[in-house]
Ligand binder design. Sequence first.
Ligand code: NAD
Length: 277
Amino acid sequence: MGLLDGKVAFITGGSRGQGRAHAVTCAREGADVIIFDIAKPVVETAYKLASPEDHAETVRQVEALGRRVLAVEGDVRDQAALDAAVARGIEAFGHVDILIANAGIWTQNPFWELTEQQWEEMIGVNLTGVWKSAKAVAPHMIERKSGSIVITSSANGIEPGLNFAHYVSAKHGVIGLMKNIALELAPHGVRCNSINPGAIRTPMTAHQAAWDMFAGHEGGTEAEMIEGGYHYAALRNTSWLDPQAIADTALYLNSHLAANVTGVTIPVDAGHLLMTG
Ligand code: NAD
């Protein structure tokens, strides 16, 4: 018996990183999965966005667990693509019970040097993309009078972060959006919550440009980023968290265990916010 037996989960950014952990965890707990990911480098970032190979690997891992998977390549800024993917999911699996709005990007610049393009891409993907994803599933969930939406915010949805004001703005924004979605969907039996991951080791953060930025010099190291201050955590012996930590929290929120939980945001950061807040 899994916690999500018979459910169908729609996961944005599901090709790798936290999105893959969500997909595999949902499958392990009995859900069929729709992954929606851009899976190509359409936005200029210091790291590569997911590749078609990443996309295929998540499919392979879900299928290896004996669950069905629908893999869609698309951009969360594209409402028509999201709507079509949800419609294909309903056609294939009969219903969609869960949305994990996880797709995101991370770029850096002091706020006065951010280009309009960087600002608009960030807000477009990390904030508007979440609204569009929720908009795509809401009518179906309202009709079925059930559903659960989990939004990936960040510790930066609660605290600032040096040189990524646009990311901080989007991640604060999705918490407000989450609360409003929770309020508007509660009468329809649909829940909405969010998670604030701390430092999670994924391709978004485990690369040279991130280490340089947090170390404050070129040639920065992973150890400097983790131990040098910004990403310290209160719990002992903690450095990076594994994406599974976030998938486990989403699993709880999407399961019957959280049947009475809506409108809340849960930091999963080994106590990082305790140290900075
Ligand atoms: P990741 O880069 O490995 O995964 C992000 C996924 O989103 C990729 O597969 C990428 O291709 C996809 N994506 C990007 N833009 C897209 C678009 N326009 N449309 C569809 N898909 C798109 O990074 P991750 O760490 O797994 O990030 C997952 C979420 O967690 C993001 O929202 C991120 O902001 C958030 N987060 C990450 C950390 C961390 O330390 N890694 C901390 C806090 C919050």
